[in-house]
Write a protein that binds this ligand. Structure first.
Ligand code: AMP
Length: 282
């Protein structure tokens, strides 16, 4: 496994792989890797000749400095595990490599970015779109792998790729969960034992709401009950719990079995913000 630090470094490997007509799969991450990330890596390993994993904690997608400063980092373990997964290249750029200067460009996604994560994290998707575009331009993958855990991010990246006619195939991998249902996330490392226990409210509220909607309970009743459930969890503070179309992210006011739908939730456990989602009608 080669560790690559700059675009110029990668370019020579890229030229070789081009000559040999190899397919390149890219898995962009921010490190502190867990089994959810490895699901993406394994999918890439199955499908692509050359697997590149990037590890870069992108400052421009954080609107909360404290969250950025405290983002977990486990680089040595990450590298050892990626080696075991038979990854070919790990791209670990420095901030100055990705941002020699502050971008003037900003990318907006209309009503895709004014709801859910976009509404609560202003500028977040602009930062994501800029860094993903840079990674795509540097690595030039044929396929890029993303997790359904960040549902709205997958919608944003799909629009980025389509609107700019990028010739990149996107593969979306289902959410990996802990045995008790909590969606795996690097930020889970920052939860205290008590916050970790109470964080179960995210996944349990999603499954409960899904069951009730499918059993015919009206959405406004389900929604009100879930908000009350969150109020009973002392360390949790709900930001949103929405029933949305999984591609436009427009919120529904009623549940309809004939329309695609997903439930999306964001909540703080103490100071740690977690998100999760669950498809109902895919
Ligand atoms: P991150 O390092 O959090 O930026 O995540 C890197 C990639 O891994 C993104 O495409 C995420 O959606 C994906 N990912 C994060 N957590 C999970 C999970 N629990 N299951 C599947 N994919 C995930």
């Amino acid at each position: 496994m080669h560790v690559v630090l700059t675009g110029a470094d990668w370019h020579k490997y890229w030229l070789k792989s081009l000559k040999k007509d190899k397919s390149i799969g890219l898995v962009p991450t921010m490190g502190a890797l867990h089994e959810g990330h490895f699901d993406l890596v394994r999918k890439a390993r199955q499908e692509s000749d050359i697997v590149v994993v990037s590890i870069f904690v992108n400052p421009t997608q954080f609107h909360n400095q404290e969250d950025f400063d405290n983002y977990p980092s486990t680089l040595e373990e990450d590298l050892a595990k990626l080696e075991l997964e038979k990854v070919d290249f790990v791209f670990i750029p420095k901030t100055e490599t990705i941002y020699p200067e502050k971008p003037k460009l900003s990318i907006h996604f209309g009503n895709l970015e004014t709801v859910l994560e976009g509404a609560f994290r202003p500028g977040h998707f602009n930062g994501v779109a800029i860094v993903v575009s840079k990674l795509f331009n540097i690595i030039k993958p044929h396929t890029a792998y993303f997790g359904q855990k960040d549902l709205q991010q997958t919608g944003i990246i799909r629009r980025l790729v389509n609107d700019l006619s990028m010739n990149i195939n996107l593969v979306i991998v289902p959410t990996r969960r802990e045995d008790d249902g909590l969606a795996m996330s690097s930020r889970n490392l920052r939860l205290s034992p008590e916050e970790r226990k109470q964080a179960l409210i995210l996944s349990s509220s999603l499954t409960k709401a899904k069951q009730e909607l499918l059993a015919g309970k009206p959405w406004f009743e389900v929604h009100n009950q879930i908000k009350r459930d969150f109020e009973e969890v002392p360390l949790a503070s709900l930001e949103y719990f929405e029933l949305v179309h999984p591609e436009s992210f427009v919120s529904y006011t009623d549940f309809d079995l004939t329309k695609k739908s997903s439930l999306c939730v964001a909540a703080y456990l103490g100071k740690i913000r977690l998100i999760d989602n669950l498809p109902i009608i895919p």
